[in-house]
Design a protein around this ligand. Structure first.
Ligand code: NAP
Length: 316
């Protein structure tokens, strides 16, 4: 494939930044890739792994002369970084981000974007619970959606170019408003993460079940929540601080539906439970049909050997 951008600057080189780099290398999409991170250790690792050709201490230095600048840091940092890099952005450059929340990023970043630079916010709906520059891989975006949320006045050619870039990384692209993005993601991603964090902590704080029992019998559903709850705490703190209204709206609905289940259990209403579980099961089939997961049992996990010794957690 031909080079789409002569110089790509990654600000933040964690799971998403490093996956973009691998994807660019795979498709030959970038003439060169440069970057900066918060710590020198991450920049050094990114250099060692060949994710970037040049690493910089500051984001302002990294974006100089870049045709495409991608903010790949936690959501809360996008505004301050946009302010820092504003004067160093090349005229005509495309500035984008990968943040899991969109309306607050548009609000925080837009005031700093200089005339002649095209800001096109984005969010790849792809990830894992891993973090850091070593966690990335080129296939992360294959077959996954990437949502772009440009404002109506944004340069159409810049939007089209970024759309083509994400398609070349393997994604399917959809365009919507930042507010609609935040509402959709509140129910498909943000609330599920909150539930996972909560149930893992509830189990951890139980006094009548031991820690070792929680771990030993985790395959009964709990284990799948722990995978989601292993996600980066800073990233998720920022998501909830920046998508407050949509998350609270969805949590309200979730709580109402939970109360309905609670009542059905209390009154032995098996018919309601069976109906609601049947409806929910159909959603899983739809996700598989849409190519967003595979039908293999146990989420496609390959069976590893059982641990030789049981975990030695002490009794509470
Ligand atoms: P990550 O693996 O934790 O990486 C975050 C990166 O940001 C690190 O390289 C970190 O540098 C850097 N950083 C932090 N503060 C910085 C600063 N002040 N200046 C420059 N760099 C800074 O996170 P991630 O999973 O890639 O997530 C990044 C973004 O992608 C988030 O906005 C998140 O909402 C979004 N996203 C995540 C997922 C997912 O599943 N993880 C999916 C879609 C979108 P150090 O390593 O030096 O600390």
């Amino acid at each position: 494939m031909k080079v789409m951008f002569d110089r790509v600057a990654l600000i933040g080189i964690g799971l998403i930044g490093s996956s973009i780099s691998h994807g660019c290398r795979r498709g030959g999409l970038a003439g060169s890739i440069v970057g900066s991170a918060r710590t020198p250790a991450t920049v050094e690792t990114a250099m060692r792994l060949g994710l970037i050709e040049q690493g910089f201490v500051t984001a302002a230095e990294a974006v100089e002369d870049a045709d495409l600048v991608i903010l790949c840091t936690p959501v809360g940092l996008c505004g301050p970084i946009a302010k820092e890099i504003a004067r160093s952005l090349k005229p005509g450059a495309i500035l984008t981000d990968v943040g899991s929340v969109k309306a607050s990023i548009v609000k925080d970043v837009s005031p700093h974007v200089p005339q002649g630079v095209h800001f096109v916010p984005g969010h790849p709906i792809a990830g894992t619970e891993q973090s850091g520059p070593e966690a990335g891989f080129a296939e992360l975006f294959d077959g996954r959606w990437c949502i772009l949320t440009p404002e109506p006045h944004t340069d159409a050619a810049a939007v089209e170019k970024l759309k083509k870039f994400w398609e070349a990384l393997g994604s399917k692209v959809e365009i919507m408003t930042p507010e609609h993005h935040d509402l959709v993601l509140a129910i498909t991603s943000h609330v599920p993460h909150l539930i996972a964090y909560n149930i893992v902590n509830t189990a951890a704080h139980l006094e009548r079940v031991t820690d070792s029992e929680v771990i030993k019998f985790s395959a009964g559903g709990f284990r799948d929540f722990t995978r989601i709850a292993a996600s980066d705490p800073i990233m998720w703190r920022d998501v909830f601080l920046n998508n407050k209204e949509a998350v609270l709206d969805m949590l309200g609905r979730f709580t109402e539906d939970l109360t309905m289940l609670q009542r059905a259990i209390r009154f032995g209403d098996g018919e309601t439970l069976h109906r609601l579980f049947t409806e929910a099961r159909a959603i899983r089939r739809n996700i598989i049909q849409a190519g967003q997961d595979i039908a293999a049992p146990d989420f496609g996990r390959t069976k590893g050997p059982a641990p030789a010794t049981p975990p030695s957690a002490k009794r509470k």
